[in-house]
Each structure stands twice: as structure tokens, then as C-alpha cells.
Design a protein around this ligand. Structure first.
Ligand SMILES: O=c1ccn([C@@H]2O[C@H](COP(=O)(O)O)[C@@H](O)[C@H]2O)c(=O)[nH]1
Length: 231
């Protein structure tokens, strides 16, 4: 297990409330993820504020566009100094290769570049509705292979697929897993879920956890309980 596998998903519409929580967290114990809501509301300044507090930031904007546009978007993310950035694997091989090549000038300072496979909020049945006639697990494997072939650092998948992917792609290919739900917590809109401990046992490298922490009456206690459960 990585020493610091938890990435707290900061999904807030209020910067003050988000920073109130952040100021109780220890950058040695977790990383932070900024997604579409907070980035749209508060922009790169928020990323800087979190970095100034010592946190690694995962910029979860899931770029999905033509190769040239995505290459420029990941370059902008690299300029921001984020720790991790992502694209949608369904954008295709050429798009992912363009993104990877755009980060080459940053060398060791480049953010980790990962690709979203199948959103953890989607079941196999929902995939059928968008014309994908494979199971979620099969589609995740297909898109992870494409991401691997494009030379990316890893993928976003559900922990339910972690065992298969880790076995197939090896230790260096990082598995970033949202849809993490401690025993007894609200599932919400997530479909392919796992507990923190089972996810790590299955081979997940990073656990992305939002509402079970951010919406808890005592977020710090919730985070601490998750740490206890994975030690
Ligand atoms: O497949 C995906 C990709 C990204 N996410 C993001 O992770 C967090 C999960 O938050 P919870 O509150 O723990 O459900 C959220 O920011 C999503 O945008 C994902 O859930 N699934």
C-alpha cells in the first residue's frame, strides 16, 4: 500500500467551507482533488491556494476533445503544477498520445497523466444505453489497454476492476479508484463501489473519496476512521 493513498474529492460550491475543511487536513496524510464544480467556480487560484497549503492537487477535469485541444489543456494543467491530471480514454489513442507528448517538456515535473475508463456511476446496463455492448469490466479493460498503449501513467476505474488491471498492467500503471464507500455509508449515485480496505487489497493505488468525508458530520473523524480501516 502507498503511504498516502487517500485523495479527498473537494466538491463544494462554497470556497470558505472547502478551505475550512482543508485547514483541518494534513498534506502528509492525503491529497486533494478539484473537479469541475470547484474549478468552474474558483479557477486556478483555488489550485494555487491548495498548493500553497502544501497539498498535491489532482485536477479532475476529464478532458475529452480533439487531440490538439487536449494537448493544450494538459499543458495548462502542467503549468499550474498539479500532481495529477486526467483525460477520457474514450477520446481515443491519438488524443491520449497527444496529451502524453505535450507533457514531455516537463520531464520529472510533469503531472501524472491518467485516463478515465468507465465512470464509477455507470453500470453495465447503462453502458448498453450509450451503445456499449460490453460489460463495464470488459469496457474498462479495453480502455485501460488503450491508455497503457498510449503511454499514460494509469487509469481511473472502479476498485471492482483493480485486481484484473493490476495483474495485467503491473505495479507502475496506477489505478485511481473513486466509488469508495466505507461500510454503511450512503452509496449516492455511485454504482461500482468498494470499501477502502477491499479496494487496496484488490490493487487500487489511490482511493478517491468525497462525500463519505466531506458530508460527514465530523469530516476529520470520518477520514481518521478510514485510515484506521486500512492500516
Ligand atoms: O469514474 C469516476 C470518475 C471521477 N469521479 C469523481 O470522484 C469523486 C467521487 O466522489 P464521492 O462523493 O466519493 O462519490 C467525485 O468528485 C467524482 O466527480 C467518480 O466518482 N467516478
Amino acid at each position: 500500500m502507498l503511504e498516502n493513498p487517500i485523495v479527498v474529492a473537494l466538491d463544494f460550491d462554497n470556497k470558505f467551507k472547502a478551505l475550512q475543511l482543508v485547514d483541518k487536513l494534513d498534506p502528509c496524510l492525503c491529497r486533494l482533488k478539484i473537479g469541475k464544480e470547484m474549478f468552474t467556480l474558483f479557477g486556478p487560484d483555488l489550485v494555487k491556494e491548495l498548493q500553497n497549503r502544501g497539498f498535491d492537487v489532482f485536477l479532475d477535469l476529464k478532458f475529452h476533445d480533439i487531440p490538439n485541444t487536449v494537448a493544450k489543456a494538459v499543458t495548462a494543467a502542467a503549468e499550474l503544477g498539479v500532481w495529477m491530471v486526467n483525460v477520457h480514454a474514450s477520446g481515443g489513442l491519438a488524443m491520449m498520445e497527444a496529451a502524453r507528448k505535450a507533457l514531455l517538456p516537463y520531464g520529472e515535473n510533469a503531472p501524472l497523466l491518467i485516463a478515465v475508463t468507465v465512470l464509477t456511476s455507470m453500470s453495465s446496463e447503462e453502458l448498453q444505453l450509450v451503445g456499449v455492448h460490453a460489460s463495464a469490466a470488459e469496457q474498462v479493460t479495453r480502455l485501460a489497454q488503450l491508455s497503457f498503449d498510449a503511454g499514460l501513467n494509469g487509469v481511473v476505474c472502479s476498485a471492482q476492476e483493480a485486481h484484473t488491471l493490476k495483474h495485467r498492467f503491473g505495479e507502475d500503471f496506477k489505478l485511481v479508484t473513486p466509488g469508495i464507500r466505507p461500510q454503511g455509508s450512503d452509496v449516492g449515485d455511485q454504482k461500482r463501489i468498494m470499501t477502502p480496505k477491499s479496494a487496496l487489497d484488490a490493487g487500487a493505488d489511490y482511493l478517491v473519496i468525497g462525500r463519505p468525508i466531506t458530508q460527514a458530520a465530523e469530516p476529520l473523524a470520518a477520514l481518521e476512521a478510514i485510515y484506521q480501516s486500512i492500516r
